[in-house]
Design a protein around this ligand. Structure first.
Ligand code: FES
Ligand SMILES: [Fe+2]
Length: 342
């Protein structure tokens, strides 16, 4: 069993379009999984390790019957049952693979990593923005050598933009931060008034040289799924006159010190900006500004849990701290349930 992660949760395994390749192989909370596109019906997921000699099934071939291991040809169906043994025809009942529930919603392939009887599709956070015809989206997948919660902290705390992101306002971006909580959903809010329009959002929403007000509203759901709305309007004008751009950021733990970071960012559907230009603009901010900082923080923490190092928290850290508490509480509750059952 994985430790240090919530098990009874949906984790993002990939963008739905990644399944166009036939399968997605990822390690999630330290478990290797493969999600397989099926010719007849919904995709399915299996533990990505053949029970014979432990070859990754993702190195095999998808057939009509299931996935054929690329080492000795055993084939497993969507339930993980062995259905073909090309060498002897023998099908030992013990030779089976764990199957994991998959659900596709809002362009995201979700996978349930916990106990099947606790599965709850209604708990998956919604990203209705993908249905909005006023936007088109660019997508990214980043391999980050850092704990997933450091990446969550980073997004829930946008005050770092002043120092890390010249194209998002740089030193003129000094926002007022606030947060709210509804059940296990955390909201962080940022507002900055009367500054020159930064490259983002100027890149798709020009203020024609006038100052603007900017705001960011972020919704967080455990373990690490975030929906952002970044707004811009001419300084002093009502928000309704402005423009809002949505974004989705989901961090999937690979191991305690590695994360698959999924992001999607919108631009106006009718923008003359090319998708690849916008993709490059957004990737640059993350890959050359956030990522080196966060990976070096991971390195400096030397594998210690955050609280063990007694960080000095500031008021602006409130949303990230509450989000961490929610995750910690869920992990403890799962451990207590396992202990009382055992
Ligand atoms: S390792 Fe998969 S069939 Fe042998
Ligand atoms: Fe950042």
């Amino acid at each position: 069993m994985a430790s240090g992660f919530i098990r009874n949760a949906w984790y993002m395994a990939g963008w739905a379009h990644e399944l166009d390749q036939g399968k997605i192989a990822r390690r999630i909370i330290d478990v290797p999984v493969v999600v397989i596109r099926s010719a007849e019906g919904a995709p399915y997921a299996l533990h990505d390790r053949c029970p014979h000699r432990f070859a990754p099934l993702s190195r095999g071939r998808v057939t009509e019957r299931g996935i054929e291991c690329g080492y000795h040809g055993l084939t497993f169906d969507r339930d993980g049952t062995l259905v073909a043994n090309p060498l002897t025809g023998v099908l030992p009942a013990a030779c089976r693979v764990r199957s994991l529930p998959v659900h596709i919603q809002d362009n995201v392939v979700w996978i349930w990593m916990g106990d099947a009887e606790k599965l709850d599709v209604a708990s998956i956070p919604r990203f209705a923005c993908f249905e909005n015809p006023n936007y088109r989206f660019v997508y990214g997948v980043i391999d980050a050598k850092a704990n997933y919660q450091l990446l969550t902290d980073n997004l829930l705390d946008l005050t770092h933009a002043a120092f890390l992101h010249p194209s998002f306002g740089g030193l003129s971006y000094r926002p007022k931060a606030s947060m709210t909580q509804q059940g296990e959903t955390v909201y962080a809010h940022y507002l900055v008034k009367d500054i020159p329009n930064p490259d983002f959002p100027e890149i798709f929403w020009s203020s024609h040289g006038k100052n603007v007000d900017l705001w960011d509203d972020i919704r967080w759901n455990a373990p690490a799924a975030m929906y952002l709305e970044s707004g811009v309007v001419l300084a002093g004008r009502p928000r309704e006159e402005g423009y809002i751009v949505p974004a989705v950021h989901v961090q999937t733990p690979v191991t305690a010190a590695r994360t698959t970071y999924f992001w999607a960012s919108a631009l106006p559907a009718d923008s003359s900006l090319q998708d690849d230009e916008y993709q490059a603009f957004m990737s640059k901010a993350f890959a050359t500004e956030d990522l080196p900082m966060i990976e070096s923080i991971e390195d400096r923490m030397e594998g210690s849990p955050l609280w063990d190092l007694e960080p000095v928290m500031l008021r602006e850290d409130a949303a990230a701290v509450i989000a961490r508490r929610i995750v910690d509480t869920r992990i403890k509750a799962e451990a207590a349930a396992v202990e009382s059952a055992g």
